[in-house]
Design a protein around this ligand. Structure first.
Ligand code: CO
Ligand code: ZN
Length: 326
C-alpha cells in the first residue's frame, strides 16, 4: 500500500481539478470493478457486487491548493485559497501547477516580522515576468513523500491515505453480499460537494467515509483529541458536521472487536467529512466514518502510521463481508 500511496500523493489535484488523479485511480481499480463511471462533478464511482444493501464508501481525491487571482508585471502572483489553507504552513513553501510549473510562496515585508503574514500579504514568485501562468490557474502544494518506517510523511495524505485504503479494500474484497459503491469524491475540501451529488445518485442504505482526523499525541496539543498515531483506525463518534449514526458506530466497533482489529473512539471538535453529505442526502442515510489519525493536517508534511491504514482496510473488508445488522 505504501508504494501506491507514494504515487497517489504526488499527483496534484486541487478541488475541482481532479482529472489527473482520477485517471490514475481509474487505471488502478478497473480490473477489480464490476462497473466504473465518472459523474458530472468528476466523482469516480466504482461498483462491486450486487444484492443485499447498497453501501456507499467515500474517500476524497481532491486536496487543498491555491488559485491565481492576479499577476503583476514582474511575475508575482496573488492567490485565493482552495479549501482550508493555513497561512503559517504556506510561507517558504512551493506550489506545483497542473502543467508542472513551480512557484514559491513568500510575503511582503510587514512591520512586525514576528507575526505570520495573512494570505493577502503573500505572493507566489513564479520565477519569471512571463511565467506562462494566468489568472484562474490552480496549483497544489508541493512536497515529496518520505518513508519513515511505520510512519510516512507527505503532502495530501488528506485524503490520499483514504483513497489508498479504498483501493486496497477493493483489491482484497473477494466477494460481498452487498452492492458496494467505492466513491472517489471530488471537491470535498470546499464543502463536501462531490459526495453530495454522488450520494443523491446512489441513494445508499448505509454510508461510510474514510478520511483523516486530528491527533492528540504531540507536545502541548489540546487534550480533547483522544487519538494517537499507530493505535488503529479511529471510529468517529462526532465531528463538527456530523453525529455518526449510533447503529453504524456499534456495527463498526463490534466488527473490529470480533476480528481483533485495534481501534480508537474519535470525538473531533472541528472539521467534517463526506459522511456528512451522505447522512443528509435525500430522506437521510445512516452514516459513519473510519478515520486515519494524521498529524499536521493541511500542512505540506502530514504524517500517518501505515498500521492505522492497514487496520482500516481490515475493518472495511470485514464489514463488507457480513450482513448489515440494522
Ligand atoms: Co482536508
Ligand atoms: Zn480530508
Amino acid at each position: 500500500m505504501k508504494n501506491l500511496l507514494r504515487q497517489l500523493t504526488q499527483i496534484p489535484a486541487p478541488s475541482g481539478y481532479e482529472h489527473q488523479i482520477r485517471d490514475f485511480i481509474q487505471s488502478t481499480v478497473a480490473e477489480h470493478a464490476d462497473e466504473v463511471r465518472t459523474d458530472a462533478l468528476g466523482n469516480l464511482i466504482v461498483r462491486k457486487g450486487s444484492g443485499g444493501k447498497r453501501i456507499m464508501l467515500a474517500a476524497h481525491m481532491d486536496e487543498i491548493g491555491v488559485m491565481v487571482a492576479h499577476i503583476d508585471e514582474n511575475g508575482f502572483a496573488r492567490f485565493a485559497p482552495i479549501g482550508g489553507v493555513r497561512p503559517a504552513y504556506c510561507l517558504g513553501g512551493r506550489v506545483r501547477f497542473l502543467d508542472g510549473h513551480i512557484g514559491v510562496i513568500n510575503a511582503e515585508r510587514t512591520p512586525d516580522p514576528a507575526k505570520t503574514p495573512s494570505l493577502d500579504q503573500m505572493f507566489i514568485d513564479l520565477g519569471s515576468p512571463n511565467p506562462g501562468v494566468q489568472v484562474g490557474d490552480v496549483a497544489a502544494f508541493d512536497r515529496s513523500f518520505e518513508d519513515l518506517g511505520e510512519r510516512v510523511v507527505s503532502k495530501a495524505l488528506d485524503d490520499r491515505i483514504g483513497v489508498a485504503v479504498l483501493i486496497e479494500t477493493l483489491r482484497r474484497l473477494k466477494s460481498t453480499p452487498h452492492e458496494v459503491y467505492f466513491v472517489f469524491s471530488a471537491q470535498e475540501e470546499v464543502g463536501v460537494r462531490g459526495a453530495t451529488t454522488a450520494a443523491f445518485h446512489i441513494a445508499p442504505d448505509v454510508g461510510i467515509a474514510v478520511d483523516v482526523t486530528g491527533w492528540g499525541d504531540t507536545p502541548k496539543v489540546p487534550p480533547m483529541v483522544d487519538v494517537a498515531l499507530g493505535k488503529g483506525p479511529a471510529i468517529k463518534i462526532r465531528d463538527r458536521g456530523m453525529l455518526a449514526d449510533p447503529r453504524v458506530i456499534a456495527w463498526m466497533t463490534e466488527t473490529a472487536e470480533k476480528n481483533g482489529i485495534p481501534y480508537q473512539r474519535e470525538v473531533l471538535l472541528s472539521g467534517s467529512t463526506d459522511a456528512r453529505a451522505i447522512q443528509l442526502s435525500r430522506a437521510g442515510v445512516p452514516a459513519g466514518t473510519i478515520s486515519i489519525p494524521c498529524r499536521y493536517v493541511h500542512s505540506p508534511s502530514e504524517m500517518v502510521d501505515m498500521r492505522d491504514a492497514e487496520g482500516a482496510v481490515a475493518l472495511l473488508v470485514a464489514l463488507l463481508g457480513e450482513e448489515v445488522p440494522f
